[in-house]
Design a protein around this ligand. Structure first.
Ligand code: MN3
Length: 301
């Protein structure tokens, strides 16, 4: 089962103006073949279907625990997309609203962001094509599944680097800077799991592509704070066995790998403007806000 914390894994900036084409590019990292939906669902279903769980506990714990972090990654990439689509509030005046609305979204690469979704994230790739269940690979052969996960993390990193080159919007770059480091941890963790099973030093291949995270200005602060050495244990009590895989030295020799009990401190959820011209949340949002405020005050007691 899952607990939920109403925070993002990292603090995110919210730009003043919408950047819908950057949002479209970032969709690939959410619902593309190598997006966060794929890492989440691959590790999730591999953990559901795991055979010999008790005998192979550290490997099960690693996959199950990383799956939980990936839940927070879809949340973070969604927050990035939503931030890039934020900022056309018109205070309920459709006459003035239509002009700014049209200006911002008329030539948007994905029209479904603005027509079928509330200027919000879709479970789809950068072409608006839906994420698919057959992106999940789960053979049941532990070595093959771990090898696939190593490949998936590095494919994801390649696509992230390309999206990084497509936009310098801070709402995309902050998310990317953080996820280059976290994805690096996951690729390294799967490499260590394979090394413990087979003796093959997969970690020597990293990073793929051969661009170090410290070379990227948005990743450097996270690397310098040692985030690349930390595997978070996303459970109050469980998955402690990951420590038998996640140990030894960091790839850059900066210090020992460590398992951190509990999630990162993270940052606040992104606050998104209402869009009266799109009837989101309604044509006259003020009425709904007043009702919600009354309920909120009541609940607080
Ligand atoms: Mn991820």
């Amino acid at each position: 089962m899952f607990l939920r914390i109403d925070r993002l894994q990292v603090q995110m900036p919210v730009p003043k103006d919408p950047d819908p084409n950057a949002a479209a590019a970032v969709q690939e990292l959410l619902g593309g073949r190598f997006g966060e939906m794929s890492t989440l669902m691959n590790y999730m279903y591999q953990s559901f279907n795991f055979r010999g769980r008790d005998k192979l506990r550290p490997y099960y714990a690693l996959i199950a625990n990383i799956a939980t972090e990936e839940l927070g990654h879809i949340e973070l990439v969604a927050a990035s997309i939503n931030s890039l689509l934020n900022g056309v509030a018109s205070e309920g005046d459709p006459a003035s609203g239509v002009a700014s609305f049209k200006k911002a979204f008329k030539d948007a690469r994905i029209s479904h962001h603005h027509i079928t979704f509330p200027h919000g994230t879709m479970v789809a790739n950068s072409l608006g094509q839906p994420w698919r269940g057959d992106y999940v690979f789960n053979s049941g052969n532990l070595i093959l599944d771990l090898l696939h996960n190593f490949f998936l993390e590095n494919g994801a990193r390649t696509h992230k680097l390309r999206v990084y080159e497509m936009t310098d919007n801070p709402a995309a770059r902050q998310m990317l800077g953080y996820l280059f480091v976290r994805g690096g941890v996951h690729a390294h963790a799967y490499a260590l799991a394979l090394e413990k099973l087979t003796g093959v030093e997969m970690k020597k291949m990293l990073p793929i592509p051969k661009i170090e995270n410290v070379q990227l200005p948005e990743s450097r602060p996270f690397e310098e704070s040692g985030l690349h050495r930390k595997l978070y244990r996303f459970s109050p009590e469980d998955y402690r066995e990951v420590a038998s895989i996640w140990n030894g030295m960091a790839l850059d020799g900066s210090g020992p790998l460590e398992v951190v009990d509990g999630p990162p401190e993270g940052g606040e959820l992104v606050q998104l403007d209402d869009i009266s011209d799109a009837f989101v949340p309604e044509y006259h949002p003020q009425e709904i806000y007043e009702m919600a405020q009354k309920l909120y005050q009541k609940a607080k007691g």
